[in-house]
Structure formats: C-alpha cells, structure tokens
Write a protein that binds this ligand. Structure first.
Ligand code: SF4
Length: 285
C-alpha cells in the first residue's frame, strides 16, 4: 500500500514558529505558563506540560515567572497586564497577526469603522477587539449578520479577516458590506495558510491514484472537520485523532491512502499514523 501526503498540511508557519520558540525556552530550563492552548490539540498541551510549561486560562493563575502569548496573539492591554503582575512575556504572536493589529489600529486612527470577519469567540479576534470601544467595530461571520447592520452610516470601513479562515469562503459576507457601503475596503492582510491546506487536500482527494483519505486532527477542530468535508466530496474519507482511531477494515482493497492534517496537528502525530498504516499493510514506493 502506498501513502501519499498532501502538498501542504498541519501546522501553519506561525504555529510552527511558536511551537519551536516554546520548546527552545523549555529545553533551555525555562519554566512558565501558556495563556490558552498553543494550538487546539490535547497532545500538544500535554507535551508542553511535560516540558514544564503548563497551559492556563487567565493570567490570574500565574503568580510569577514567564507568561507565553500564543501565535494567535492577545489584546495589547495584556502586555501591560503582564508587566503589572511582574511577569516576563515570551511573545510568540505570529507576525501576520501583528500586521492585522497594526493595520486595524491605523485604520481606526484614520477614522474607519472596523469589521472583523471571523468568530467572536476565537482568541485571535478577541485580541483585535478586546481593547476597542464596541461602537468602533463589528464582528461578522454570516451573510445574515452582515445584512443586519446599516453600513451606510459609516464614512469609512476597513474589513479584516480572521487568519484561520479561508477568505474566499466569506466572499458573500464581505460583498454584503461592500454593496451597502461602496467606501468599504478590504485590508491587505489575508493569511493564505488555511486556504493552502484546503487546496492541497482537494488536490490530494481528487488524485485518481488515491483510494481513501485520512484526515488527522482533533474532532473538535473546525478546520480539521472542514478538511474532512472537502476530502469526502471526492473519496471515502475518515477523520482520525491518532493511531488509536485507525480501523484496519478501511484499508481492505486500498492501494493508496492520502494523508492530510488539520492546522492544530503536530508532525509527530501524522508520522505515527503513517507508520501504523505501513505496519497494517505492505508498503510500496
Ligand atoms: S494562520 Fe496565518 S496568521 Fe494565523 S498563525 Fe498561522 S501563519 Fe500566522
């Protein structure tokens, strides 16, 4: 049996860099706490805890030492909050997320109303909006939400996308705002990491050689489930959290398995799945 991986899968560059920074810090003897999960993956949380960097929900849980801010970033006031508590900050915020922080601050200073297309509960979006007066921004996720606002009342509007979305899929949402106010502009801050993983999954699943696709990732991870939906349109596809979910019956009569992974899946979990596949069936090329 052959195993073929998608051209792009798993951690985006921002999460990969954050993961490396925290591990380097821990292996150098550093001890501290991460505010919120580095990625939405329990294996990564356990791994970090094993290295001496536990995950906390709020800064109140950290009495001293180092607080790690994850790739998705935090509200600017959290830096001040850490200083007030006497905590040292290890900031692993992705540079693309910082681009949005800076661009949205400039747009606001220039008088624009801000629109964030994304999930109001996502830490990245909370990072952009937490410190803002609610009168100065909206968060929208659906066309209905976009149509429910009178956008014509704003002299200028700048639209930003949560980086973990595939911006193309929110075209209708953004169009609804632009149709209501022709002065609305889209910020040039789109991160293509999610789209690249989705495009690569589509190519893999539509490859005639691939009989079956395994998507590795958390069952509660929205982007992993989305990858699975894409692959299932082309081939029988299964979402597995790790080797423990593999069912050998799936592989009967299968000559080639396609492998992809959600953005919160570390490389070693994907490697374990591939290794197990190779144990379950003789390998070719
Ligand atoms: S999805 Fe893009 S912006 Fe967000 S952390 Fe990853 S690389 Fe950075």
């Amino acid at each position: 049996m052959k195993v073929k991986r998608a051209a792009k899968y798993g951690f985006c560059s921002g999460v990969r860099v954050a993961d490396i920074k925290v591990k380097r810090f821990a292996r150098g003897g550093g001890r501290g706490a991460i505010l919120g999960q580095v990625v939405h993956n329990e294996r990564v949380v356990e791994e970090m805890a094993g290295l001496g960097v536990r995950t906390v929900k709020t800064m109140d849980e950290v009495a001293d030492g180092v607080i790690v801010f994850s790739a998705h970033g935090v509200p600017p006031s959290f830096h001040e909050g850490a200083r007030r508590r006497g905590l040292e900050v290890l900031d692993t915020t992705c540079k693309f997320v910082y681009d949005i922080h800076h661009a949205s601050q400039h747009a606001r200073a220039a008088g624009a109303h801000l629109v964030f297309v994304g999930d109001p509960g996502h830490r990245e979006v909370i990072g952009y909006t937490h410190d803002l007066d609610p009168a100065f921004y909206h968060i929208v996720h659906t066309v209905e939400q976009a149509q429910a606002v009178d956008w014509s009342q704003y002299a200028a509007i700048t639209i930003f996308y949560q980086t973990t979305l595939n911006a193309e899929e929110y075209e209708d949402v953004v169009r609804a705002i632009e149709d209501a106010n022709p002065k609305a502009v889209r910020a040039d801050t789109i991160c293509y990491a999610t789209k690249e993983n989705q495009d690569a999954a589509r190519v893999l699943a539509s490859d005639p050689e691939v009989d079956l696709v395994l998507v590795v990732g958390g069952k509660h991870s929205a982007n992993t489930r989305h990858l699975h939906d894409i692959c299932a349109r082309f081939k029988p596809s299964y979402l597995v959290q790790g080797v423990e979910d593999l069912d050998p019956a799936w592989l009967e009569g299968v000559a080639c398995v396609g492998l992809t992974a959600g953005a919160s899946t570390p490389d070693y979990v994907i490697d374990e799945v591939e290794q197990r596949l190779r144990e379950l069936a003789p390998t070719r090329a």
